[in-house]
Design a protein around this ligand. Structure first.
Ligand code: FDA
Length: 500
């Protein structure tokens, strides 16, 4: 029997995929998007689509019996995580030996669960990371295009200064300024106008109701509401959910044949099928795309793929830490979940750090200042194919994060010394001040210009493209989704003009 066929298939539905789907749809190419997670549009018994961080349920995590929040404890008590029933929930934590990677699952990928921060990297660092990419074009055309499409907006500075919801950020700012450090406002895809109305009591609360890592019910412009809605609106794009792509082989008649597993909400595979396509766009994220290509190369279905597939992975230098404030420096029981400010010391050549001032909305005064530091860690991991489990294994040793911890420690030691404050040791488990065992920013695995050509076209094959965070070689200096989006815009413009 003939294999069902679509001209173009896009795997995954995060940032890179969403750009690919829209631009293909606009070009008149009939496109099928295959997403392993569910569509988040139906309210549960509580009337909400997503659960809050303070009351997580089955919807919060991808097939777990207990939630695995980044903050393991509070005052050394295991009060943060909850027992839940297994379900295709929205946040996944993929645990490898030395590193755990948080990713979003569902239509919208990481855009469903992230903090919405959309900073643009320093141009000088961008050029260093992507020497083969025309920075004029990126900063002149593709970053502005990505910002407009994603709905990036800025907080009203007057409101920021006066609202109780950002008191936590103002305290951290004062301590940074006391230390001679610079802070910057960080643009976001959460609608700050909506947030103001939440505070005024005229709009339903989301960012002001503790919602973030398990999804936002209001205010957040995730890509299902922006790029993917526009893609479906072209009439050429359809999205299929609970579809996991596991295999890719060339079709002797041209194009590719995919092996796709359909699952139900219990995780049971209900169908194994094949789907043919002429063009294949991989946007399954750093972990997903790298696994698909590595498996294809190692099991011999796409043997001519580059030997660089699987290399160049990094956690964007992520390290989380927290400080204990003096009793008179209250951070407020009310905290918005969307970060709005960062400590920007990236120009410090000896110790570059960009630290997001992170909220810790617990509904009570806790005197904690939290940070997600992005550091410049030159260490890289790589993936190997494990035949026994038919999966990609990340090779990253815990010690490889030592440069990142040292950089974060250097910055926060200075802040603590100047403000006579100390670290908190009760939040991350194991009496640690620095959480260096997880990342929100998995980057690399199919690096641009190495595993692919300069536009994401996979080396060794025609009509096979990488469009997501796996193109970024392990480090970016800022939160990555704006750059992933802008790079996908750049690459799709070229691919549509010159498919190869
Ligand atoms: P992304 O991971 O978004 O999407 C991949 C999709 O493919 C997923 O939906 C997945 O389910 C699907 N998939 C995977 N394998 C598949 C398969 N085999 N078959 C079918 N589908 C498959 N960044 C930022 O810039 N600012 C921020 O504030 C934050 N904050 C933040 C918080 C948290 C909690 C997380 C987890 C992450 C962030 N990030 C962030 C990171 C950001 O979300 C991330 O960099 C992007 O989502 C990556 O986009 P991609 O397009 O690479 O893939």
């Amino acid at each position: 029997a003939a294999v069902p066929y679509a001209p173009a298939v896009v795997v995954g539905s995060g940032y890179g995929s969403a750009v690919a789907a829209l631009r293909l749809g606009q070009a008149g190419v009939r496109t099928v998007v295959l997403e392993m997670g569910r569509l988040w549009d139906t309210p549960g018994p509580d009337g909400k689509v997503f659960p809050s961080t303070s009351a997580p349920d089955h919807r919060s995590m991808w097939f777990r019996t207990r939630t695995e929040a980044p903050l393991a404890q509070f005052l050394w008590l295991d009060v943060v995580n909850r027992d839940i029933s297994p379900y295709p929930g929205v946040l996944d934590r993929v645990n490898f030996g030395g590193m755990s990677v948080y990713v979003g699952r569902g239509v919208g990928g990481g855009s469903l669960v992230n903090g919405g921060m959309a900073p643009t990297p320093r141009r000088s660092y961008f050029t260093e990371v992507f020497p083969g990419v025309d920075a004029d074009e990126m900063y002149g055309t593709y970053y502005p295009r990505a910002r407009a499409m994603l709905g990036v907006n800025d907080i009203d500075p007057a409101w920021f200064e006066s609202t109780e919801w950002y008191r936590f950020a103002r305290i951290s700012r004062r301590h940074a300024h006391n230390t001679g450090l610079k802070t910057v406002f960080v643009p976001n895809v959460y609608d700050f106008g909506h947030m103001k109305r939440e505070a005024a009591g005229t709009a339903p609360r989301s960012a002001l109701a503790g919602e973030v890592i398990y999804g936002n019910n209001h205010g957040k412009k995730s890509v299902d509401k922006t790029y993917l809605a526009a893609a479906v609106g072209t009439g050429n794009v359809t999205i299929e959910t609970m579809q996991r792509v596991v295999g890719v082989r060339p079709d002797p008649a041209g194009g590719y044949v995919l092996t796709v597993l359909t699952s139900d909400v219990t995780g049971k595979v209900t169908q194994v099928r094949e789907l043919g396509c002429r063009q294949l766009f991989l946007g399954a994220g750093s972990l997903g795309t790298t696994e698909i290509l590595l498996r294809a190369r190692e099991t011999g279905t796409l043997p001519a793929l580059s030997d660089r597939v699987g290399l160049g992975w990094g956690p964007n230098g992520n390290v989380m830490t927290a400080r204990a404030n003096h009793l008179w420096d209250t951070v407020g029981a009310h905290q918005a979940t969307m970060p709005a400010l960062g400590i920007d010391d990236w120009d410090n050549a000896a110790n570059p750090v960009f630290a997001e001032i992170a909220p810790l909305p617990m509904g009570l005064e806790h005197w904690i200042s939290m940070y997600l530091a992005i550091t410049r860690n030159p260490e890289r991991g790589h993936f190997t194919y494990d035949a026994a489990t038919d999966s990609a294994r990340l090779n990253w040793r815990r010690e490889q994060n030592t440069p990142a911890v040292n950089a974060a420690k250097n910055l926060f030691d200075r802040i603590n010394r100047r403000n006579f404050t100390i670290y908190r040791y009760d939040l991350f488990g194991g009496n640690r001040a620095f959480a260096d065992d997880f990342t929100y920013h998995p980057l690399g695995g199919c690096v641009l210009g190495e595993a692919t050509d300069a536009y994401g076209r996979a080396k060794g094959y025609q009509g096979l493209y990488v469009v997501d965070g796996s193109l970024v070689p392990g480090s970016l200096g800022v939160n990555p989704f704006l750059t992933i989006t802008a790079l996908a815009e750049r690459n799709m413009a070229r691919i549509l003009a010159d498919p190869r």
